[in-house]
Ligand binder design. Sequence first.
Ligand code: BTN
Length: 320
Amino acid sequence: MIPEEIIQYLKSNATFVSGQKLSQHLKISRAAVWKYVHELRASGYRIEAVPHRGYRLKFVPDKLLPWEIRAGLATRVLGHEVFCYDTLPSTMDEAFRLAEGNQCREGALVCAESQTRGRGRMGRTWFSPKGKGIYASLVLKPFLAPSEVSWITFVAAIAVCEGIRQTTGLAAAIKWPNDVLIKRKKVAGILTEMNAEVDRVHFVVVGLGLNVNIDKDHLPPQATSLRMELGGKVSRVLFLQAVLKQMEHWYDCLQERRLTPVLERWKELSVTLGRRIRISDYHKAIEGKAVDLSDDGGLIVLNSDGDLLKKMTGDVEFLD
Ligand code: BTN
């Protein structure tokens, strides 16, 4: 892709690069170079142009652009194919459309700067203001039975926690089944949807909604963002790359059926186990102590009658 090549070339040269050099390198005319430079400026790059000297890159915007995500991405598969949009109703729908039409490979990533109908679990909406968060969906084709797909949510939650810990040092933790919290406030959510037959998964789409640079005034009191916790902006590109790297590591474990390390890491990062909770789903709420995670992703709750109950869905509220 020409814009990608221009940026790479300018990044690898701290000083000016002449229009002639760029046009030779890219095998396009100097007028075409100029046209692409204009386009790149329109998407937020600051590129200085000085007569007789050429072009110099002065500023790289923190935008989710395919070549920025791919540059320095340390994964084998995840995020190598990237589809970026300014706005979408939901990245989930676009990922489904691409996967259903066989128009993308395993590991394809769909992201948008904003979503108009971002969705969360249990029919909720996901607030997706422009340029402030990461709204992304990954297409996966795992060797899992439909009943095992909740493992994908677990590896995604681990990956998001590890990504946050690595890039910011903040102690992110998991609330079953799919929330990532910092100091008890939600910073990220994961939505796993699949296209499957009763006994065969065609593909899974994992949606990641991450509150990166959203400020306090725009979030409900029970939510937070990395910026709020750190008191400064976080690079969405670097953070997304860290999450993808972690996701690939844990997803590989799953594909190789090394489930014990996944379960152990999930438990280490969990703030749910050992706590008194109320868990509510569409039908009813139960209270008890969260004691374990079952192999199929259920939460095991010990109620006051001493019964062990397994819940597969629901919203957890901490009672202590
Ligand atoms: C939740 O906590 O309920 C899950 C939220 C998942 C939100 C993400 S944002 C990217 C992707 N597109 C969507 O419409 N939803 C997911």
